[in-house]
Design a protein around this ligand. Sequence first.
Ligand SMILES: CC[C@@H](C(=O)O)C(=O)SCCNC(=O)CCNC(=O)[C@H](O)C(C)(C)COP(=O)(O)OP(=O)(O)OC[C@H]1O[C@@H](n2cnc3c(N)ncnc32)[C@H](O)[C@@H]1OP(=O)(O)O
Ligand SMILES: [Co+2]
Length: 134
Amino acid sequence: MLTKINHIGIAVQSLADAVPFYRDNLGMAFMGTEEVPEQKVTVAFFQIGESKIELLEPTSDDSPVAKFIEKNGAGIHHIAYEVEDIEAAIARLVADGARMIDSVPRNGAHGARIAFIHPKTSRGVLTELCQMGH
Ligand SMILES: CC[C@@H](C(=O)O)C(=O)SCCNC(=O)CCNC(=O)[C@H](O)C(C)(C)COP(=O)(O)OP(=O)(O)OC[C@H]1O[C@@H](n2cnc3c(N)ncnc32)[C@H](O)[C@@H]1OP(=O)(O)O
Ligand SMILES: [Co+2]
Protein backbone atom coordinates (compact mmCIF):
# COMPACT_ATOMS: atom_id res chain seq x y z
CA MET A 1 0.00 0.00 0.00
CA LEU A 2 2.79 2.46 0.93
CA THR A 3 5.57 2.96 -1.59
CA LYS A 4 8.02 5.28 0.20
CA ILE A 5 8.39 8.12 2.70
CA ASN A 6 7.42 11.17 0.65
CA HIS A 7 8.30 13.71 3.33
CA ILE A 8 8.75 14.48 7.01
CA GLY A 9 6.89 17.60 8.15
CA ILE A 10 8.57 19.94 10.63
CA ALA A 11 6.59 22.75 12.27
CA VAL A 12 8.48 26.05 12.47
CA GLN A 13 7.55 29.51 13.71
CA SER A 14 9.17 31.23 10.73
CA LEU A 15 10.35 29.97 7.34
CA ALA A 16 12.53 33.06 6.98
CA ASP A 17 14.36 31.97 10.12
CA ALA A 18 14.42 28.19 9.48
CA VAL A 19 15.13 27.91 5.71
CA PRO A 20 18.74 29.22 5.85
CA PHE A 21 19.74 26.51 8.35
CA TYR A 22 18.40 23.64 6.22
CA ARG A 23 19.64 25.17 2.93
CA ASP A 24 22.97 26.73 3.91
CA ASN A 25 24.14 24.88 7.02
CA LEU A 26 22.81 21.40 6.23
CA GLY A 27 23.28 22.00 2.49
CA MET A 28 19.94 20.49 1.43
CA ALA A 29 18.52 21.14 -2.03
CA PHE A 30 15.89 23.88 -1.57
CA MET A 31 12.87 23.31 -3.84
CA GLY A 32 10.98 26.54 -3.06
CA THR A 33 7.93 27.56 -1.05
CA GLU A 34 4.19 27.21 -1.55
CA GLU A 35 1.14 28.41 0.36
CA VAL A 36 -1.52 25.74 0.93
CA PRO A 37 -4.62 27.72 2.03
CA GLU A 38 -6.73 24.61 2.72
CA GLN A 39 -4.26 23.62 5.46
CA LYS A 40 -3.49 27.20 6.60
CA VAL A 41 0.25 26.79 6.11
CA THR A 42 3.10 27.94 3.91
CA VAL A 43 5.64 25.19 3.27
CA ALA A 44 9.27 25.02 2.14
CA PHE A 45 10.49 21.75 0.60
CA PHE A 46 14.01 20.29 0.52
CA GLN A 47 14.96 17.17 -1.45
CA ILE A 48 16.96 14.56 0.46
CA GLY A 49 17.51 11.36 -1.53
CA GLU A 50 14.12 10.02 -2.62
CA SER A 51 12.33 11.91 0.16
CA LYS A 52 11.76 15.50 1.23
CA ILE A 53 11.78 17.64 4.33
CA GLU A 54 8.71 19.89 4.56
CA LEU A 55 9.00 22.95 6.82
CA LEU A 56 5.55 24.22 7.83
CA GLU A 57 4.83 27.79 8.93
CA PRO A 58 1.25 28.53 10.06
CA THR A 59 -0.58 31.28 8.15
CA SER A 60 -3.21 31.93 10.82
CA ASP A 61 -3.77 31.45 14.54
CA ASP A 62 -6.32 28.68 13.90
CA SER A 63 -3.94 26.67 11.70
CA PRO A 64 -3.37 23.10 13.02
CA VAL A 65 0.34 23.89 12.91
CA ALA A 66 -0.13 27.02 15.07
CA LYS A 67 -1.92 24.89 17.68
CA PHE A 68 0.87 22.27 17.54
CA ILE A 69 3.59 24.90 18.04
CA GLU A 70 1.68 26.56 20.87
CA LYS A 71 1.48 23.20 22.68
CA ASN A 72 4.83 21.62 21.82
CA GLY A 73 7.07 24.27 20.27
CA ALA A 74 8.71 23.73 16.88
CA GLY A 75 9.56 20.14 15.91
CA ILE A 76 8.60 17.03 13.95
CA HIS A 77 4.90 17.31 13.11
CA HIS A 78 4.07 14.42 10.76
CA ILE A 79 5.38 11.69 8.46
CA ALA A 80 3.93 11.44 4.95
CA TYR A 81 3.85 8.11 3.08
CA GLU A 82 3.27 7.94 -0.64
CA VAL A 83 0.50 5.69 -1.93
CA GLU A 84 -0.48 4.69 -5.46
CA ASP A 85 -4.25 4.85 -4.85
CA ILE A 86 -5.33 7.07 -1.96
CA GLU A 87 -9.04 6.13 -2.08
CA ALA A 88 -8.12 2.43 -1.84
CA ALA A 89 -5.69 3.15 1.04
CA ILE A 90 -8.35 5.12 2.96
CA ALA A 91 -10.98 2.42 2.38
CA ARG A 92 -8.64 -0.28 3.66
CA LEU A 93 -7.70 1.72 6.77
CA VAL A 94 -11.35 2.55 7.54
CA ALA A 95 -12.28 -1.12 7.14
CA ASP A 96 -9.51 -1.97 9.62
CA GLY A 97 -10.93 0.51 12.16
CA ALA A 98 -8.39 3.32 11.75
CA ARG A 99 -9.47 6.80 12.87
CA MET A 100 -9.10 8.95 9.78
CA ILE A 101 -8.99 12.77 10.03
CA ASP A 102 -9.77 12.86 6.32
CA SER A 103 -11.96 10.14 4.87
CA VAL A 104 -11.99 12.06 1.57
CA PRO A 105 -8.68 13.30 0.08
CA ARG A 106 -7.81 17.00 0.33
CA ASN A 107 -5.46 19.23 -1.64
CA GLY A 108 -1.83 19.16 -0.53
CA ALA A 109 1.36 20.80 -1.77
CA HIS A 110 2.72 20.12 -5.27
CA GLY A 111 -0.73 19.08 -6.53
CA ALA A 112 -0.76 16.01 -4.30
CA ARG A 113 -3.97 14.53 -2.88
CA ILE A 114 -3.58 13.93 0.84
CA ALA A 115 -5.39 12.39 3.84
CA PHE A 116 -4.36 12.35 7.50
CA ILE A 117 -4.62 9.43 9.93
CA HIS A 118 -5.23 10.55 13.54
CA PRO A 119 -2.14 10.22 15.76
CA LYS A 120 -4.18 8.17 18.27
CA THR A 121 -4.40 5.42 15.62
CA SER A 122 -0.80 5.68 14.37
CA ARG A 123 0.66 5.38 17.89
CA GLY A 124 1.38 9.03 18.58
CA VAL A 125 2.54 10.03 15.09
CA LEU A 126 0.37 12.22 12.88
CA THR A 127 0.47 10.33 9.57
CA GLU A 128 -0.23 11.69 6.09
CA LEU A 129 -1.00 9.61 3.02
CA CYS A 130 -0.21 11.33 -0.25
CA GLN A 131 -0.85 10.44 -3.86
CA MET A 132 1.22 12.47 -6.27
CA GLY A 133 -0.37 13.81 -9.44
CA HIS A 134 0.88 11.98 -12.53
C1 LIG B 1 1.28 21.48 3.16
C2 LIG B 1 0.08 20.67 2.98
C3 LIG B 1 0.17 19.21 3.45
C4 LIG B 1 1.16 18.47 2.57
O1 LIG B 1 0.92 18.49 1.32
O2 LIG B 1 2.13 17.88 3.01
C5 LIG B 1 0.49 19.13 4.93
O3 LIG B 1 1.38 18.52 5.41
S1 LIG B 1 -0.65 20.01 5.92
C6 LIG B 1 -0.04 19.87 7.58
C7 LIG B 1 -0.96 20.61 8.49
N1 LIG B 1 -2.26 20.00 8.52
C8 LIG B 1 -2.67 19.15 9.50
O4 LIG B 1 -1.95 18.88 10.47
C9 LIG B 1 -4.05 18.57 9.31
C10 LIG B 1 -4.28 17.36 10.18
N2 LIG B 1 -4.20 17.72 11.61
C11 LIG B 1 -5.31 17.91 12.35
O5 LIG B 1 -6.43 17.74 11.88
C12 LIG B 1 -5.11 18.32 13.79
O6 LIG B 1 -3.88 18.96 13.95
C13 LIG B 1 -5.18 17.09 14.77
C14 LIG B 1 -4.06 16.09 14.54
C15 LIG B 1 -6.57 16.41 14.67
C16 LIG B 1 -5.01 17.64 16.20
O7 LIG B 1 -5.94 18.67 16.37
P1 LIG B 1 -6.69 18.90 17.76
O8 LIG B 1 -7.42 17.66 18.17
O9 LIG B 1 -7.48 20.14 17.65
O10 LIG B 1 -5.43 19.20 18.67
P2 LIG B 1 -5.04 18.68 20.09
O11 LIG B 1 -3.82 19.45 20.47
O12 LIG B 1 -6.22 18.74 21.01
O13 LIG B 1 -4.61 17.17 19.84
C17 LIG B 1 -5.36 16.03 20.18
C18 LIG B 1 -4.37 14.92 20.52
O14 LIG B 1 -3.53 14.63 19.38
C19 LIG B 1 -2.16 14.89 19.70
N3 LIG B 1 -1.51 15.51 18.53
C20 LIG B 1 -1.92 16.64 17.91
N4 LIG B 1 -1.10 16.90 16.89
C21 LIG B 1 -0.16 15.95 16.88
C22 LIG B 1 0.97 15.70 16.05
N5 LIG B 1 1.28 16.51 15.05
N6 LIG B 1 1.71 14.61 16.30
C23 LIG B 1 1.41 13.75 17.33
N7 LIG B 1 0.33 13.94 18.17
C24 LIG B 1 -0.43 15.03 17.92
C25 LIG B 1 -2.20 15.86 20.87
O15 LIG B 1 -1.02 15.80 21.60
C26 LIG B 1 -3.40 15.37 21.63
O16 LIG B 1 -3.05 14.23 22.39
P3 LIG B 1 -3.52 14.07 23.91
O17 LIG B 1 -3.03 15.31 24.62
O18 LIG B 1 -2.89 12.80 24.37
O19 LIG B 1 -5.03 14.00 23.85
CO1 LIG C 1 2.87 17.14 4.77
